[in-house]
Ligand binder design. Sequence first.
Ligand SMILES: *Cc1c(COP(=O)(O)O)cnc(C)c1O
Length: 433
Amino acid sequence: MGTDFRYNTGATRVPWAAVGENYNVHDLMEIIAFLMQGEGKEYDDAMKAVWEQVKKLEAVATPPGKLSLGSNVEAAEKACNEYLGIDSCAFVTNATAGFEIAYKYAGLKAGDEVIVPAITFVATMAYPLAIGCKLVFADVDPKTINMDPEDVARKITDKTKMIVPVHIGGYPVDLDPIMELAKKHDILVLEDAAHAFGAMYKGRKIGTIGDFAAFSMHEVKNITSFGEGGIVTTNVPGFAGEMKRARFLGLDFTCPIKDWLYNITPIQGKHEPFVAGNYSTTEIQGLGLKLQVARNEEIIEKRRKAAEYLTKRFTENDAIIPQDLGNDDIKPTFHLYLLQIDPAKAGGDVQILKKKLEEKGVTQIAHFGPLYRFKVVQDMGYDSDEIAKTCPNCEEVFYKRFTHLPLYGLSDEQLEYMADAVLESVAEMQRGE
Ligand SMILES: *Cc1c(COP(=O)(O)O)cnc(C)c1O
């Protein structure tokens, strides 16, 4: 991002950088205690020893002058660029903020149509819903519960401005047909890659294929930057640099401070300029993200192993349809394990299975339900039942066939217990219990 012009004022007796309070060693200890929680004598002793050492820093250390959008944010972006094999990305407050930049670029207006999958999280559609666009819900492919490209093709109209494929659970959407449709109809594609940092589609990294993509580094995703964060990428020629300005109110850090009044200009969108918002991230977040990106392959590998184990166990009962583990063309991140059942063979639908799993102490992940059934969508004037008729697969898989299982950080015993619980529950259903 170049130097931050706000601090680049040349040789001064009275510098401008000192405009905010720093953190001191007492604060640092609170932060360590927050990040490394524990109790008991051993923990207390260890903390006391840390405090003795940390106190010594006061005399010799200098607090950073810069806490926002500095070299650590830049380093996190560089790590993501290298990992994704791209030239530039922007580290923003969260994926939702990244989507907003893409939506603003598209210049969406009330009445424009945006195609989203019937199953996703509200974040995907928050911006177009807020500004009065018409959300059009594409039905899902029952095998992957991702957006079905054939239904997207049926639902494109001359008002369609964007298509937003969501790689649910980190399983790549079949993007080729979607990109082809988008090209044919001059529609922008925004990948919701919240779950899919590191997933691959036909030899390419997910999040580098659509016109825009955003990954989430929220605390419940595969990697995090202290609880919140997002990486937004673009393939729009010439826009990558503009995206950095779009992240922070249109400021250009490379220009001298005296030009500030004149150099904050609108961002050039697809058809017209737009005014940037503020989605800046902190140096602490940047450092946190850089460290986690370096471990991402290792994390995916652990998740893949857990998924392989479950899939192998679930072949014992043909009423269970295990998660597809991918192939040379499709490499998921295994953010969630997609467990499906065949209700006819299982002797009941997934609602019964979910209840049984809950009774056996297996967490039920809060679900990616039909988007058109969310109250916020209904209250904005959408008729859920009418939309449901256009999404028959979504209705079938959500109410009867699928659930998600957690995959990460489980011990071998917990993983085995979860597999046993699923197998036992389905066997009970088959016996009519
Ligand atoms: C978490 C999530 C988001 C939002 O990510 P944030 O970084 O929290 O904004 C978007 N889409 C899906 C499918 C998600 O699960």
